[in-house]
Ligand binder design. Structure first.
Ligand code: BG6
Length: 487
């Protein structure tokens, strides 16, 4: 395979942290295995611990073994380790950035700075890099979430980074945009004429987006409790899925074409405020329950938890998009921790037929559904009615599924982790799958209004048993509109 990108110095700030071990290094391993890393690409691990090269490499090797599920190819592991270098830099000490300057070689390699650290350090890193005179027009920075906890703090972070880098140098990650099936939404919508022409208020009744997680908050309690499911999952991942489902066709897949169309959707979201929040949003918190037959504690009883917390672990929202395409077509979003199972999907519910010619046998013909399974068991299903074969019993109809499992359709080919695609895009300078500053801020603006509504109402979240599909009130959210969740 020809590689059309140049050699990089890929610097990871926070190389010893959880994200690097779980996601970034395994993704780099897979890219190396596939021959997608340039021969001269190096990985510079940066942290504040005093480590010699051997113990650094031992630590990386152990992480690869722990977090990559398949058998490792030792040649690839050794090749990857040979690319790795460790630099001790205290991120708040500007003089220490000269170590990066001495090591990096921007004449031969593109310098990519991946900030896999808490956002309060982003400013220190940017000013440290500037202090050392490392920033060139080609230098890139990668920002991990959370980019703020509201509009004001996200602006602060974006402003600091913008002092040193232009928007074309900044890559804001939302790992959902790197997922194979999230990207397949584009293919489904814009490569198939049956969907390009049937994707609006004329044919669609409503849309459901579910991102259910089985995991509990557990050891992440301290971090999660300050954020909650609305900030942790809706502001970024669910909003991104929503924009891909709802946007107008982009002119092409170039960087800004896609991002501009997503932004237009965010601009058209009808605000949810204190006045309508009770009709539009349900927030929940898991209590004690059973997941896969095992009794698990409630959110307030998790180790290290504060029993008085009112942070939500579940949220369901009715979203209205005020534009021509989606007039009177609600989008229902729901996401939660400690739910019955891990399942992410988009379900497009089509409208009922205007006239039923089978009324003698069937009063109500169930409308068609398109189910896009994002994870696990990635695939696409269409629920439709067919005639049951046979003569003599009159005309019988039955609901049947056209089921396309990606795994079967594509010969069990491995589905790459989201980070693999995203890291490759960063190295190759493609920005389409990264979030533009305006998207982040628009999305926070909409989320802030919900947070303010909650603050004013003082209503605690509704409890749901761990291992369920959320509070009963979320069923009522749809029942009010004469609809129900896809189960
Ligand atoms: C992260 C959230 O962004 O996404 C986590 O902070 C969440 O709370 C995770 O569990 C879900 O990602 P995935 O890829 O497992 O669906």
């Amino acid at each position: 395979m020809t590689i059309d990108h140049q050699a990089c110095d890929f610097a990871i700030y926070g190389i010893l942290g959880d994200l690097s071990r779980r996601k970034l290094l395994p993704a780099l391993y897979q890219l190396d295995r596939e021959g997608l890393l340039h021969d001269d690409t190096r990985i510079i691990g940066i942290a504040r611990h005093d480590l010699n090269r051997q113990s650094f490499l031992d630590h990386i090797r152990e992480g690869l073994h722990r977090f990559i599920k398949e058998d490792l190819d030792n040649d690839v592991v050794n090749r990857l380790l040979a690319r790795m270098h460790y630099l001790l830099v205290n991120l708040d000490v500007p003089d220490e950035y000269s170590r990066i300057k001495t090591f990096a070689d921007q004449k031969k390699r593109l310098l990519i700075n991946y900030f896999s650290v808490a956002p309060f350090l982003f400013g220190d890193i940017c000013s440290g890099l500037a202090h050392a005179g490392i920033i060139e027009p080609s230098t890139r920075v990668v920002l991990e979430k959370p980019i703020g906890r509201d509009l004001a703090s996200s602006r602060e972070i974006n402003d600091i980074v913008a002092k040193y880098f232009s928007e074309t140098q900044i890559y804001r990650i939302d790992h959902y945009l790197g997922k194979e099936t999230v990207m397949n939404l584009l293919a489904l919508r814009f490569a198939n004429s049956i969907f390009t022409t049937n994707w609006d208020h004329n044919t669609i009744d409503h849309v459901q987006i579910t991102v259910a997680e089985e995991v509990r908050v557990g050891s992440r309690w301290g971090y999660f409790d300050k954020s909650g499911q609305l900030r942790d999952m809706v502001q970024n991942h669910l909003m991104q899925i929503l924009t891909l489902v709802a946007m107008e066709p982009p002119v092409n897949l170039h960087d800004d074409s896609l991002r501009n169309e997503k932004l237009k959707v965010l601009k058209a979201l009808r605000p949810i405020t204190h006045d309508n929040i009770d009709d539009m949003v349900v927030r929940g918190q898991y209590g004690r329950g059973y997941i896969r037959g095992n009794e698990v504690p409630g959110y307030l009883e998790e180790a290290g938890g504060n029993p008085a917390s009112t942070t939500e672990t579940f949220v369901a929202i009715r979203v209205d998009i005020d534009n021509w395409r989606w007039a009177d077509v609600p989008f229902y979003l729901r996401t939660g921790k400690a739910m019955a199972t891990k399942r992410s999907e988009v379900v497009i519910h089509f409208k009922r037929l205007p006239h039923n010619i089978f009324a003698d046998s069937y009063q109500n013909l169930p409308p068609n559904k398109l189910i896009i399974r994002l994870q696990p068991d990635e695939g696409v299903e269409i629920e439709m009615l067919n005639k049951v074969p046979g003569i003599g019993q009159g005309l019988q109809l039955q609901r049947t599924m056209l089921d396309l499992s990606f795994c079967e359709a594509f010969n069990n080919s491995r589905i790459a982790d989201a980070y693999e695609r995203l890291l490759l895009d960063i190295m190759q300078g493609r920005q389409a799958l990264f979030i533009h500053r305006e998207e982040v801020e628009r999305s926070w603006q909409w989320i802030d209004s919900i947070q303010n509504g909650w603050q004013q109402s003082h209503e605690p979240p509704k409890t749901y048993p761990a291992g369920s599909w959320g509070p009963v009130a979320s069923v009522a959210l749809l029942a009010r509109d004469d609809r129900e969740w896809e189960e």
